[in-house]
Design a protein around this ligand. Structure first.
Ligand SMILES: [Zn+2]
Length: 312
């Protein structure tokens, strides 16, 4: 049975609902999204609207009801603090990278059964200002991804100032956050700061007090950063690479990623990853003891090979 959606999350545009959003689902009142299969069997997942890939994962091996519950996924940031997520994709099928700009219809990956999934399907959800909301009005074209107006065109993309590691910026009463994702501000900052590392995540970037400082002050909105004069990219902070055996890494260790390393499944990483100290979040799986999950502030960044990590 075909749907009447005006926007789509499958290339075939033949989304078949298998589990509805919580308010229409008496059997699953906690379900934060809508689950779909593809009645054509094509199963190619596409972006519902334009935005920037905010995070993704491509290396979850299979069903995991406890840890990597999203499985392989893509999260897209749209304007106005609207995020969409596409969960449970097939391992290795994710075809976009964090930081990449996508349009409505851009292919994201292939439907799968990874994470907390029972059967091959797409879990699609919409988050506005930190809360999961009913995806249906977005699929029906009743709600816009751009303005609170009636405009249903959705090709606008957020634009951020070009900021590179070492750039000098001035901030004026700018909200400071402990991470790229927390909504509560830790403080405000005013004065001259420097970009700590490349990479705008969720519209935020890390700053530090002096150029090349090893300590990160926190995250500020990229749009709050006024660039003074561009400086040459700072030399990476000197690190003492000390290759370690996988067996010596444990959860909670601080690690850096070897320059140029790829993820466990050979996906590329955003450049800031190589300048960042991560926490080890998981060591090994039943399949491989060299599979190490790294992340920041309790959020998963990537699954890596132990040989590509150096303990800090
Ligand atoms: Zn679901």
């Amino acid at each position: 049975m075909s749907n009447n959606y005006k926007r789509h999350v499958l290339n075939s545009k033949k989304e078949q609902l298998t589990a509805d959003y919580k308010t229409r689902n008496p059997n699953y009142k906690t379900h934060k999204g809508m689950d779909f299969t593809d009645e054509t069997g094509e199963c190619i997942i596409t972006a519902i609207a334009g935005g920037v890939v905010d995070s993704c994962r491509n290396d979850v091996l299979g069903v995991d009801h406890n840890y990597n519950t999203a499985g392989n996924y893509v999260r897209i940031k749209h304007p106005n603090d609207i995020y969409t997520r596409y969960l449970h994709m097939k391992k290795g099928s994710v075809s976009v990278k964090a930081g990449q700009t996508v349009k409505a219809g851009t292919k994201l990956g292939i439907m799968g059964e990874t994470g907390d999934s029972y059967g091959i399907h797409l879990h699609f959800d919409v988050n506005v200002n930190g809360e999961y909301v009913d995806p249906l009005p977005y699929l029906m074209g009743e709600k816009s991804f751009t303005e609170i107006s009636n405009n249903t065109e959705d090709e606008d993309e957020p634009t951020y100032p070009e900021l590179r590691k070492g750039d000098k910026v001035t901030l004026k009463s700018a909200p400071l956050y402990a991470s790229s994702t927390v909504s509560k501000k830790a403080n405000t900052v005013t004065g001259v700061y420097y970009i700590y590392a490349d990479g705008i995540i969720n519209g935020r970037i890390r700053i530090t007090t002096t150029k090349g400082n090893k300590d990160c002050t926190g995250w500020v909105n990229a749009t709050d950063c006024k660039t003074e004069n561009k400086t040459e990219p700072a030399k990476p902070a000197p690190v003492k690479p000390e290759p370690v055996q996988s067996t010596t890494l444990k959860v909670g260790d601080k690690v850096r990623v070897r320059k140029g390393a790829l993820t466990y499944s050979n996906s590329y990483l955003a450049s800031w990853v190589y300048d960042t100290v991560f926490d080890v979040q998981q060591v090994g799986t039943s399949a491989s003891k060299d599979y190490i999950v790294i992340g920041l502030n309790g959020q998963v960044t990537a699954g890596m090979q132990a040989k590509d990590l150096t303990k800090v």
